[in-house]
Design a protein around this ligand. Structure first.
Ligand code: C2G
Length: 133
């Protein structure tokens, strides 16, 4: 039977680490559904808005060959609901979230993949600030 993989993220200032985790997530199944966190959720999580708008972040993720469907992640508390709505067989997250979503093992398989080293949105923004200073 076809397997659906679900993953979540902000995907702000989209970079190679984001692409690699989405490609690896897709390779674990037949269909990849991605919850892109809303601007509102980001503000709640980090007390700041992402650089790229929710609309643009969703457009970038939707355009990728490895992504089949995108939705707006409105709350961290609704993971179980999203897993059920999209009939996900596997939840994938980077290992910076290791252990944090183990409660969903009753709903689907939960896999934490290693993050791509030496790249992050925070580091990109710091490098841009340093070169433009
Ligand atoms: N990632 C990665 N390698 C990097 C950077 C990020 O594999 N160098 C992965 C993260 O582990 C995550 C995904 O890319 O699985 C998205 O990362 P972020 O955009 O930083 O997402 P985050 O703010 O952690 O939001 O409900 C969960 C949240 O919405 C996740």
């Amino acid at each position: 039977m076809a397997k659906t993989v679900i993953t979540f993220g902000t995907f702000d200032v989209f970079h190679i680490g984001h692409l690699r985790i989405l490609e690896r997530a897709r390779a674990l199944g037949d269909r990849l559904v991605v919850g892109v966190s809303s601007d509102h959720l980001n503000f709640k999580k980090k007390q700041k808005y992402p650089v790229f708008s929710e609309h643009d972040r969703r457009s970038i993720v939707s355009a990728l060959a490895c992504v089949d469907e995108v939705f707006s992640e409105e709350s961290l508390e609704w993971k179980g609901k999203y897993i059920s709505t999209y009939n996900a067989d596997i939840l994938v997250m980077g290992d910076d979230w290791a252990g944090r979503f183990d409660e969903f093992k009753s709903l689907c398989e939960v896999i934490y993949l290693p993050r791509t080293e030496n790249i992050s949105t925070t580091e990109i923004l710091a490098a841009v600030r340093a070169t433009s200073a």
